[in-house]
Ligand binder design. Structure first.
Ligand SMILES: Cc1ncc(COP(=O)(O)O)c(C=O)c1O
Length: 375
């Protein structure tokens, strides 16, 4: 049996819809980029998340950079988890900000107590990352800390479409949030991103910035009020996004069924700790994360591959403060981040997986673990 790490899913009706509308665009009926379907996708995405506005762009990285630029983090410190994808730090750096790495808690999301210790007079924002799609309780604590201290609370919700905590969806907690629609995500447009926010001033800035900082001035089209770039979303991506959005709840439902099956299959394996969602939360299960306490995960990874099972990428295998590109951060001690980064593994999870595949993976994992203990 060959099982990939992840696979996108487009129902046949959606494929027909996307092709039909894209054909119209190719026949010249409407514009190819940043047009009517992007506007419709923004409207529907904002309504789904529960914010007043959304601003579409061409990647999750652009979404986060648009936020950092619109909030003007230049010269200021932004606290983020070291356990995140490089794009979170890139967005801050590209906007002229200073990334400050903090430790995570047992669920791999920011540890609010560690964050507090890192706040200085020069801190402008805290950026929570909903790792693997988990919305941590620390989100609420960090939001409160930001409110009390006059800081911006930003969400990197790149992995958390449709996840929520106490009925608030990821993307609706802070001043703004960035989503990714990269090919591996729970909903995808191939490449693409979206900012959600309730702040109209930010929307005006970000809409200008995604088009080279242009604003309309009388007959001028090329009137540049801000520094910007080309971060526009193509219409065909928006068409995919509209259909994926309408299927999102069914995607999350199936991912939860798969996760429940994994939970059941692995519950008696003492050397496996499963990272569970918070109570009163919805987890989109972008990742199904386990911690291997007594095993060399490199061996486990390779043995899974040898059996045709592709583990689904790490979140993340080497934390940012240990990446060679940040020599100034190497001496930082972030013990939980270092432990969890080194010991976790993500099992395949995607909408189209069968129960039989889930059971095969769990059975294979149990056999591999039995034969490969450290001790
Ligand atoms: C946590 C996190 N932040 C940011 C990004 C960047 O998104 P994109 O790849 O769409 O630029 C990703 C996605 O890969 C991510 O997982």
């Amino acid at each position: 049996m060959k099982i990939p790490a992840t696979k996108p899913y487009f129902p046949e009706d959606d494929i027909a819809f996307i092709i039909e509308k894209f054909q119209d665009i190719l026949h010249g009926k409407s514009f190819l980029s940043n047009g009517q379907y992007v506007a419709q996708f923004e409207k529907e995405f904002a309504a789904f998340i529960g914010t007043k506005f959304a601003v579409a762009c061409n990647s999750g990285t652009s979404a986060l950079e648009l936020i950092c630029r619109a909030l003007d983090v230049s010269g200021k410190e932004v606290i983020l988890p070291s356990n995140t994808f490089m794009a979170t730090a890139n967005a801050i750096l590209n906007a002229g900000g200073i990334p400050v790495f903090a430790d995570c808690a047992d669920n791999m999301c920011l540890d609010d107590l560690d964050v507090i210790k890192r706040i200085t007079k020069n801190t402008i924002a805290i950026m929570q990352v909903h790792i693997g799609g988990i919305v941590s309780e620390s989100t609420l604590k960090l939001k409160k800390i930001c409110e009390d201290r006059g800081l911006y609370f930003i969400e990197d919700a790149a992995q958390a479409h449709g996840s929520s905590l106490r009925k608030t969806k990821a993307g609706a907690f802070g001043v703004a949030a960035g989503f990714s629609f990269f090919s591996t995500k729970v909903m995808t447009t191939g490449e693409g991103g979206m900012v959600t926010t309730n702040d109209e001033m930010l929307v005006e800035k970000m809409k200008a910035m995604r088009e080279f900082g242009k604003v309309k001035q009388d007959i001028y089209i090329n009137y540049h009020k801000y520094m910007g770039y080309n971060w526009r979303m193509p219409e065909v991506a928006a068409l995919m996004g509209l259909r994926q959005l309408s299927a999102l709840e069914s995607f999350i439902k199936r991912r939860n069924e798969i996760a429940k099956l994994y939970d059941e299959e692995l519950k008696e394996v003492l050397s496996v700790k499963i990272i569970k969602p918070e109570s009163e939360s919805i987890h989109n299960y972008f990742k199904y994360i386990i911690i291997l306490k007594d095993h060399d995960r490199r061996i486990v990874h390779k043995e899974l591959e040898a059996r045709g099972i592709q583990p689904s990428g790490y979140v993340y295998e080497l934390p940012l403060h240990k990446q060679p590109v940040f020599p100034w951060a190497q001496d930082l001690k972030l013990p939980k981040t270092e432990y969890l980064s080194a010991h976790h593994l993500c099992l395949p999870i995607f909408y189209g997986m069968t129960d039989q595949e889930v059971k095969f993976i769990a059975q294979s994992l149990k056999e591999i673990l039995k034969n490969n203990r450290y001790d």
